[in-house]
Write a protein that binds this ligand. Structure first.
Ligand SMILES: NC(=O)c1ccc[n+]([C@@H]2O[C@H](COP(=O)([O-])OP(=O)(O)OC[C@H]3O[C@@H](n4cnc5c(N)ncnc54)[C@H](OP(=O)(O)O)[C@@H]3O)[C@@H](O)[C@H]2O)c1
Length: 325
């Protein structure tokens, strides 16, 4: 029998119920995967609480995992039973020992990248790729502000930005997180629970402001971020760990210096097989050359998914968390 988490009613971490499920055989274009490691992401919290509506009820959360192909359906040409694979994609349902998955959303994991590393890297790493290389392609000499720099996406973004020659100003909530982000390539650290991050950014940039603000904290930081931007700079709002920001008047963008605002999602950047492969091959390249490491900093048995959510929501984690079935 296979076990998976099911959410029958959105709510707190206790709404994650570990139950027996029947996975069945893969249909055309599908594979059945036996998971070896499952990535935990803040988006799993949004679905669990109902902040993001789930596609069905009950549902199994999770959008990122690594594993082994256990069975293949018809019309699957490029995968074989026994292949080591990973994904970061809908359909939701990664918090499970095994599952069915569209073969087109799954990629083979190269030699030299462990399963747990792949499970830690797929969603956070592809997010970093599109944020730094596609949403606003940043270049050597640019300066960016990256909120929650010691988080899962944050630590990968610090390393990747350093690789590109970009100066990163990172915000964090503790000295320990500041040290960790510094070790991962963040140039300047601001503890935004103690200091006014807007004032510090203006000081650090000699009043000029940064080229791009990457903000997935949301409610607590969004408005302040506009005062950190240079004229015609970019505000990239990509999450809401502290809650959804209040709506703004578009005239604010003019008032803050004709700045740009976007609210991107990974899944709009990898809508088809080609864009997925382009994104993930760049990710595997920077991982394999050692410049961007996806470190598993918290590991728990799959059965402890609720505790993993408690830690993530209470800001007790750094870098990536994985669940092991
Ligand atoms: N749009 C996309 O494509 C996309 C893709 C992936 C992730 N995301 C977003 O990126 C963000 C980071 O995701 P992640 O999985 O790597 O999580 P994470 O950064 O490891 O965890 C969230 C971090 O946010 C900070 N934070 C600030 N205020 C908080 C609050 N009130 N409650 C909880 N945390 C708070 C905490 O860092 P400090 O303690 O240092 O403040 C916390 O560690 C999330 O908002 C996620 O939704 C978006």
């Amino acid at each position: 029998m296979t076990k998976a988490f099911l959410v029958h009613e959105p709510g707190g971490p206790e709404s994650l119920q570990f139950e027996e499920i029947r996975v069945g055989d893969p249909g055309p274009g599908e594979v059945r995967l036996r998971h070896t490691a499952i990535g935990v992401n803040f988006i799993d919290v949004y679905f669990r609480t109902g902040a993001y509506p789930a596609p069905q009820s009950p549902f199994t959360p999770g959008l990122e995992a690594a594993g082994v192909v256990e069975a293949i359906g018809e019309d699957v040409d490029d995968l074989n039973v026994g292949d080591r694979v990973a994904y970061a994609s809908a359909p939701i349902g990664a918090y499970a020992e095994a599952r069915l998955m569209p073969a087109g959303r799954v990629v083979k994991v190269p030699e030299g990248i462990e399963d747990r590393t792949a499970a830690a890297a797929m969603l956070k790493g592809m997010t970093t790729q599109y944020l730094l290389r596609q949403t606003v392609p940043v270049n050597a000499g640019d300066t960016i502000l990256f909120h929650a720099a010691a988080g899962g996406v944050g630590l990968m973004a610090c390393q990747w930005a350093k690789r590109l020659g970009v100066t990163v100003i990172g915000t964090v909530s503790s000295d320990e997180k500041a040290e960790l982000a510094r070790q991962h390539g963040c140039t300047h650290l601001i503890n935004y629970t103690q200091e006014d991050f807007v004032e510090r950014v203006r000081e650090l940039t000699d009043g000029k402001g940064v080229d791009v603000v990457y903000d997935a904290v949301g409610k607590d930081t969004f408005l302040g971020g506009f005062d950190c931007l240079r004229p015609r700079g970019h505000m990239v709002l990509f999450g809401a760990s502290s809650g959804a920001p209040d709506p703004i008047d578009p005239a604010l963008l003019q008032g803050k210096g004709s700045v740009y605002l976007t609210r991107p999602s990974l899944f709009n950047y990898i809508p088809d097989r080609n864009s997925l492969l382009a994104c993930v091959s760049e990710l595997f390249e920077v991982m394999q050359d050692g410049t961007v490491r996806a470190e598993v900093r918290q590991e728990r048995p799959l059965s402890e998914a609720a505790d993993a959510h408690r830690d993530l929501e209470a800001r007790r984690t750094t870098g990536a968390t994985v669940l092991i079935p």
